[in-house]
Write a protein that binds this ligand. Structure first.
Ligand code: PLP
Length: 394
């Protein structure tokens, strides 16, 4: 079977790729935009001659496009190798790490959570839907008594898709900041950027992480936005690129592709979000009607239009994934380590999802070009696959 990468969606021989939260296919217009910078326009933007200047222009243009869509100034965009680097940079504050106590929620991606833990920071609770518990955040800010360096709250969770309202978080950060010491608000918008207007959703964040491969762009490129007057020390030292904030020869083609992908996301956002909201609804309604013990993990709160997290009672994630794949559906358990093996989800534990549900957790994450036929085909295949997975489970 060939992977589903857009095109004619009703082709029954295509794999139904429902793992877009892991990575997305690169959009054709992104490949086209990148192509010249992989071939004739190969210049290193650090130079000053004519070949270098073409690369500089491409980067400047991409930076402007990205800044406009995120809602910041071009000078506030630092290109990185992706979301992980952006998160590490935001939490450490560069090299050496900034003094103070970093704080994050218990459901952050490991690119935030592990850095906070490595720096002896504090982890705050979330509610049953995986959103920040404001009382826990307030108590933690009080406990560290003005010593907080950064508060990191993700805009949307990568496993269950629940969306945080950053307004009340920003209010708390302000309440505990003083004229001598401003606590910074960072948001990991890696999952959210494909769906939400960051000009609004992340308007009050001092720092924002995004990654191109989650929104139809290439892997290995992303950005950390650092809004003035916040400044940050570099984490990667060397040639002084990105105005001294991130050294290393930039991948011009990837940066051009990143901008093109964001442009496409922005252009299509309202139509895609409306369509996907309906299709996700159709999927959940169909699935819960056809499969007893199929429970949507979060309900009644705002979630990303493309993310649908279901816990199947009486089955385990690994068997479910294998059986789904055997009928042409690719999804994920939501949490996997780099070896591909499933590990227990820190997100579901923090949400206090009961163990009986957690073991059969599956994340279906849809792409912007999914069609109703894809949903209906999945609905016709999943019930039998779940029954077979349940036979392995005792
Ligand atoms: N943050 C979140 C919420 C993510 O989902 C991911 C990737 O899965 C990352 C950070 C890491 O991004 P990247 O793969 O670009 O390093």
């Amino acid at each position: 079977m060939t992977p589903y990468a857009g095109g004619v969606p009703s082709d029954p021989n295509r794999t139904l790729y429902f793992d877009n939260a892991a990575t997305t296919p690169v959009r054709p217009e992104v490949v086209a935009a990148m192509s010249p910078y992989l071939t004739e326009q190969f210049g290193n933007p650090s130079g000053s001659h004519v070949v270098a200047r073409a690369a500089v222009r491409a980067m400047d243009e991409a930076r402007e496009v990205i800044a406009g869509i995120i809602g910041c100034g071009p000078g506030e965009v630092i290109f990185t190798s992706g979301g992980t680097e952006a998160d590490n940079h935001a939490i450490t504050g560069g090299m050496p790490p900034q003094p103070g106590v970093p704080i994050c929620t218990a459901v952050e991606h490991h690119a935030v959570l592990d850095v906070v833990k490595a720096l002896d920071g504090k982890v705050v609770n979330v509610d049953r839907a995986g959103r920040v518990d404001l009382d826990s955040l307030k108590a933690t800010l009080g406990d560290v008594d003005g010593a907080a360096s950064v508060v990191s709250v993700m805009l949307a969770n990568n496993e269950v898709g629940s969306v945080n309202d950053l307004g009340p978080v920003a209010d708390l950060v302000e309440e505990f900041s003083t004229s001598e010491h401003a606590i910074l608000l960072h948001t990991d918008a890696v999952q959210a950027a494909a769906w939400l207007d960051l000009r609004i959703a992340a308007a009050r964040a001092n720092m924002i992480s995004i990654s191109a491969h989650k929104l139809g762009g290439p892997k290995g490129v992303g950005a950390l936005v650092v809004r003035a007057p916040t400044t940050i020390r570099p984490m990667i030292l060397g040639g002084g690129q990105e105005r001294g904030r991130r050294s290393g020869t930039p991948s011009v083609a990837s940066i051009v592709g990143f901008a093109e992908a964001l442009r496409a996301v922005e252009r299509d956002r309202s139509e895609v979000n409306e369509r996907l909201t309906h299709l996700k609804d159709r999927f959940v309604t169909g699935l819960t009607a056809a499969v007893q013990g199929a429970n949507p993990t979060v309900e009644g709160v705002v979630t990303l239009p493309g993310t649908c997290h279901i816990c199947f009672e009486g089955a385990d994630s690994e068997s479910l994934l294998l059986l789904f794949e055997s009928v042409g559906i690719v999804a994920s358990a939501g949490s996997s380590c780099s070896s591909g093996a499933t590990e227990p989800s820190h997100v579901l534990s923090a949400m206090a999802t009961p163990e009986s549900l957690r073991q059969g957790a599956i994340r279906f994450s849809f792409g912007h070009d999914i069609a109703v036929d894809d949903i209906d085909r999945a609905l016709s295949l999943i019930p039998d696959a779940v029954s077979r997975a349940r036979e392995f489970f005792s």
